[in-house]
Design a protein around this ligand. Sequence first.
Ligand SMILES: [Zn+2]
Length: 120
Amino acid sequence: MFLLKSRRKRESVIVQAMIKMYCKANHNSEGSLCKECESLSKYAEKRLLSCMYGDLKPVCKHCPVHCYSPVMREQMREVMRWAGPRMIFRNPVFAVMHIIDNLTAPNQKKKNSAKSARTK
Ligand SMILES: [Zn+2]
């Protein structure tokens, strides 16, 4: 599953894993997500699929387009803040992939293409 070719698909898998982890620990959900996280998860999936950059999408924090609504954005930030550091221990493969994706992602702000050519 971690050999997914599309960066966008991979990002989606990672985001879903983070939401799941966060929900389980913070909302005591078992097996499935609580309502709040369920809608955040669906929302994230939809935003990702309709991203105007397609597979050239920059990592969300560097993206000039703010496609999340402020509420969802805040909720996602909370999930990332909590799950981010924990990913390294619980899901090292995802964590490493995410770091690599962050480094190689097209950066729409800086247009840093030299970096992505070097690491590929
Ligand atoms: Zn939850």
